[in-house]
Design a protein around this ligand. Structure first.
Ligand code: NAD
Length: 306
């Protein structure tokens, strides 16, 4: 694990990421342009540490997390930088250039972008060979899988080193060629498209859709991935079902009215107290706690991957 790690941008993702690196023994510096974001991050890191304690995750001595709004201080002597600022190409490019100006030639710079092409972001750097995608899944302190996405200019040494780092904190690294959205979100959005079409067409209620997918798909896929599931079901069965079903599946592009109508009326989900479902006072906090509790329980119950 790198001795000194800097996390640039500390919103939803930064604190959990910092907690995981610190747990593995790194001195982590969390940097943000907004001072209040750092106050919130300090509380969030403490909560993530509690979750990691509950998980019984290994704790290496020497790890720490510090907070600063001074970019030079955040980057001094750092060996590994993860950029986690908002998903805007122009902003990310300017932050990446700022980072490169402050660090040594050996420092690896990674981005947590959810899908902006790494090659494109790398254009902001003088040495794009040191730059790579490191896509954490939310919540980052609970999902032990990271997408490793080299750009066209990324060196093999940087790719291999990142995989080593991910494995060092006990996570699985998946290696991908860059495609829009990366693999995890492509699969998720394919599922979301069909789910929204089924609810929108009145085939099933919102609640029953969630139940069908949680048990029929989520529970099973957590143990048996799609490729193994095809072997389990039989490729002949897939052939006959896909033969009539694939052409019937939603292939709509754009955002369905089911979502855009809600967004237009300010219904954004947890953050606005209502979205597809309605949430009363205190419901969202309780749900968030329960989600973390259940994810922790499932993670603890999961043996080594098949
Ligand atoms: P966020 O908006 O919650 O937090 C971003 C933070 O960056 C804020 O605290 C903001 O003050 C700070 N910031 C803005 N400009 C900055 C600058 N110039 N220098 C330093 N800090 C700056 O965003 P997030 O949800 O944590 O997402 C961060 C990145 O991670 C995005 O690229 C996003 O696509 C990706 N990501 C998000 C999720 C998710 O579920 N939220 C999952 C995987 C990847």
């Amino acid at each position: 694990i790198p001795a000194v790690v800097t996390v640039v941008g500390s919103g939803t993702m930064g604190p959990g990421i910092a907690a995981v690196f610190a747990r593995a023994g790194a001195q982590v510096r969390v940097y943000d342009v907004v001072a209040e974001a750092l106050t919130r991050a300090e509380q969030a890191v403490a909560m993530c540490e509690g979750v990691l304690d509950n998980l019984g995750s290994n704790k290496v001595d020497g790890g720490s997390v510090s907070y600063t709004t001074d970019i030079a201080e955040a980057l001094r002597g750092t060996e590994f930088v993860l950029e986690a600022v908002p998903e805007r190409e122009d902003l990310k490019k300017s932050v990446l250039a700022q980072i490169e100006a402050e660090v040594s030639d050996e420092t690896i710079i990674a981005s947590n972008t959810s899908g902006i092409p790494i090659t494109k972001l790398g254009e902001a750097l003088n040495a794009p060979a040191r730059f790579i995608g490191m896509h954490w899944s939310n919540p980052p302190h609970l999902i032990p899988m990271i997408e490793v996405v080299p750009g066209e200019q990324t060196s093999d040494a940087v790719r291999d080193r990142l995989i080593e780092i991910v494995n060092a904190f006990g996570y699985e690294a998946v290696l991908e060629r860059e495609v829009p959205g990366f693999v995890e979100n492509r699969v998720l959005y394919a599922i979301m498209r069909e789910c929204l079409a089924l609810v929108d067409e009145g085939v099933i209620s919102e609640r029953d859709l969630d139940t069908a997918v949680r048990w029929g798909i989520g529970y099973k896929l957590a143990v048996v991935g799609p490729m193994r599931l095809l072997d389990m079901a039989g490729l002949d069965i897939y052939t006959s079902v896909a033969g009539y079903l694939n052409r019937d599946l939603s292939n709509t592009d754009g955002v369905p009215a089911f979502i855009s109508d809600r967004v237009a009326s300010g219904k954004l989900g947890f953050k606005s107290g209502g979205g597809i479902f309605e949430y009363g006072e205190g419901d969202v906090a309780a749900l968030r706690g329960e989600i973390v509790r259940q994810l922790t329980a499932v993670r603890k119950a999961m043996p080594a991957p098949l």
